[in-house]
Design a binder for this molecule. Structure first.
Ligand SMILES: [Cu+2]
Length: 462
């Protein structure tokens, strides 16, 4: 680990040095729109369009929308690909690559039919490109390095230009050294709003978007491992983890759309509590009405985007999360054995000979850990954390809360705080006589150590 860390340090020291050398000449940038940088990881208010056709803007969870300049009827954006420091959760920052100060990059919002010009300045220590995932455009604008264009060398600015031909939900990301650049956090959201009423695109009261992304950050370090193929440990929405992901705050009765894109290496079944939704669109466009059915979980495969829509007609605080339970956890050592049912008395010393990192935890499940607030290395997210009004929530990663409130004002996206549960509507301890429990006939009697789970060898935690 020491060696890894020092080689990472060298890598980044080198990267920083070469980035410092890449001062883009002012004169060269004179004709470009001034790049806009965001330093905060907070959810920005929706950006109302001040030029061009009107539309109802989206809200990017823990993100923001890039302003544009109108130049002779063309919307001009300026993306800057650069190393960034992203606060993934309070107290946990990660060295990433991104755009305009953040990972993910800013959301780009345009209207169907807009002529769009995107300047991309490369402040990374290596070449990059931008691929505009899902867009109809000339092949030379599609951004695959070598296939569609020469890559953008470090220090250079390229320009992309095309018409936003179809409305929908898209994303952008590099198509040059993808393994490194995507693993480091380079991606962003793109929404093309319809130019007029569209039979398959409903007008919604709230329109949220976020990307699913993942990193492999060794506890105690702050730079992702870029060669990781499947063993990611930081499961993010827009490069944030619970409890760092902002809540989705809506007014009771609102029609809500949530747009989600998956840029990780695995699928994520996104599950919403308390409501049924329909998938009204993909990155391929709005779905035909006859193809829609009610769901409470939508699986979002790698490289896919989904638009979920529903009426928020149940007041309360409702979890929305990935249904893979390892994705609602934060960084954990990978060699933690399953210890449920193990009697620890007098065993810690012996176990530590076999499992050096072993701590006295987990014998009644992992629930203990969320209350223990275990000591953890500096700059590491706790494995599970976050508190609700009834206590610790015991999850991390890909989790947020849909807050549905009658008194949330239209257009107000601020967090209304805890839900006030109507009296008598919360599950509670039963203190009366309990009805006798029925067990399945013929069930085997449980042995004394019934809850012992056999360990299948080191690292068997998945
Ligand atoms: Cu997941």
């Amino acid at each position: 680990m020491t060696q890894n860390m020092s080689s990472r340090r060298h890598f980044f020291a080198g990267a920083a040095a070469s980035v410092a050398g890449l001062v883009v000449a002012r004169s060269a940038l004179a004709a470009l729109p001034e790049p806009v940088t965001q330093t905060s990881a907070a959810t920005a208010a929706p950006r109302m369009p001040n030029t061009g056709r009107p539309y109802n803007p989206v809200v990017t969870l823990n993100g923001w929308t890039l302003p544009w300049r109108m130049n002779n009827g063309v919307k001009e954006f300026h993306l800057v690909a650069e190393p960034v420091v992203r606060e993934v959760a309070p107290g946990f920052v990660v060295n990433m690559w991104g755009y305009n100060g953040q990972s993910p990059g800013p959301t780009i919002e345009v209207v169907e039919g807009d002529r769009v010009r995107l300047f991309v300045t490369n402040k990374l220590p290596e070449p990059t490109t931008v691929h505009w995932h899902g867009q109809r455009l000339p092949a030379g604008m599609d951004g695959v390095a070598g296939l569609n264009q020469p890559s953008i060398p470090a220090g250079k600015t390229f320009v992309y230009e095309f018409d936003a031909r179809r409305p929908g939900t898209f994303m952008y990301h590099p198509h040059a050294d993808e393994m490194t650049q995507m693993a480091m956090g380079m991606h962003g959201f793109w929404v093309t709003h319809p130019k007029a009423k569209h039979p398959l695109i409903s007008e919604v009261d709230r329109d949220f978007c976020f990307l699913l992304n993942a990193f492999d950050v060794e506890p105690g370090s702050r730079t992702p491992k870029i060669n990781t193929m499947t063993d990611f440990n930081i499961w993010c929405w827009n490069s944030r983890i619970f409890p760092g992901i902002d809540t989705l705050n809506v007014r009771h009765g609102d029609r809500v759309r949530i747009r989600i894109g998956n840029l990780t290496m695995t699928n994520h079944p996104i599950h919403l509590h308390g409501h049924e939704f329909e998938v009204t669109g993909t990155d391929g466009g709005p779905t035909p009405v006859v193809s829609r059915w009610p769901e409470v979980t939508a699986d979002i495969a790698v490289g896919q985007m989904r638009q979920l829509e529903f009426i928020a007609d149940e007041e309360g605080d409702w979890a929305i999360h990935c249904h893979k339970s390892h994705h609602t956890m934060n960084a954990m050592g990978h060699d933690v054995p399953t210890m449920i049912g193990v009697d620890h008395r007098g065993l810690v010393g012996k176990i530590q000979k076999v499992v050096p990192d072993y701590m006295l935890m987990g014998e009644r499940g992992m629930y203990d850990m969320k209350e223990m607030e275990m000591p953890i290395p500096e700059n590491t997210a706790p494995m599970m954390t976050g508190h609700g009004q009834f206590g610790p929530i015991g999850m991390g990663g890909m989790l947020s809360v849909l807050k549905v409130r009658k008194d949330q004002k239209p257009g107000d996206y601020s967090d209304p705080g805890n839900y006030t549960f109507p009296p008598g509507t919360v599950a509670r301890e039963w203190t009366g006589a309990a009805p006798s429990a029925t067990r399945q006939a013929g069930a085997m009697p449980a042995p004394a150590n019934a809850s012992t789970v056999k360990r299948h060898g080191p690292g068997m935690t998945h």
